[in-house]
Design a binder for this molecule. Structure first.
Ligand code: AMP
Length: 209
């Protein structure tokens, strides 16, 4: 990572994607479309030979992604703080389950292992993970793309909020360019695979977050 100013240029990430970090709900949500989309994502990643890195639970959309990926012969890596193992019902049928000490360690490990992120519908846990990963891109901690899977317009209000934040001058420069948005998992994966990372100054390293 160099210290080139963010306006200078863009470069293509040279390495192909190997592992996709998934942030999503620990419950099913109100519409069948959410679980269906989660299963599609799991199957898609497995059939493309991409590993899933996620929170390690077996409930909700988290479990649906993991089960579908495992059923399609994929690799699934869970990362869960030990305090949540009972509460979130850890998935015992994964390729690997890393038990870590804290929520922060979980997020740092997931962010380090994944080459790109997909955010499926979810609640405040999902939002927290998404925003932290996005702000880490803004701070130059990583250069990995983030995709919002817009199942039945779930993320549209958030997009409108980002428009408003941008219009009001609070979101400037490159941050929105890290975000890819699609309702179609295949298109979203394609966008993540071809992402040109903006060059941003590295303000922090992962250990400093
Ligand atoms: P939710 O979207 O609320 O169903 O949560 C989805 C996942 O986000 C769960 O695995 C939570 O453990 C996780 N998560 C990550 N960071 C947090 C946090 N600070 N507070 C609550 N949940 C979190």
């Amino acid at each position: 990572m160099n210290n080139t100013p963010e306006s200078a240029t863009t470069v293509t990430i040279p390495t192909p994607l190997r592992r996709i970090g998934i942030y999503c709900a620990s419950n099913d949500g109100a519409r069948p479309a959410y679980v269906e989309a989660a299963r599609r994502v799991g199957t898609l990643l497995a059939t493309r030979g991409l590993a899933v890195v996620y929170g390690g639970g077996r409930t909700g959309l988290m479990g649906a992604v993991a089960d579908a990926a495992m059923a399609a012969g994929g690799e699934v890596i869970g990362v869960m703080p030990h305090g949540l193992v009972q509460r979130e019902v850890a998935h015992t049928g994964l390729t690997a389950l890393h038990i870590v000490d804290s929520m922060h360690e979980r997020k740092a490990m997931m962010a380090e292992m994944a080459d790109a992120f997909m955010v499926l519908p979810g609640g405040i846990g999902t939002l927290e993970e998404f925003f932290e990963t996005w702000t880490w891109a803004q701070l130059g901690v990583h250069r990995k793309p983030i995709g919002l899977l817009d199942v039945e317009g779930f993320w549209s209000p958030l997009q409108q909020l980002f428009d408003r934040i941008e219009q009001e001058g609070f979101l400037r420069g490159t941050p929105r360019r890290w975000l890819q948005v699609s309702e179609d998992p295949v298109q979203l994966l394609q966008a993540l695979s071809t992402f040109d990372a903006p060059v941003v100054r590295r303000w922090l390293r992962l250990g400093e977050t």
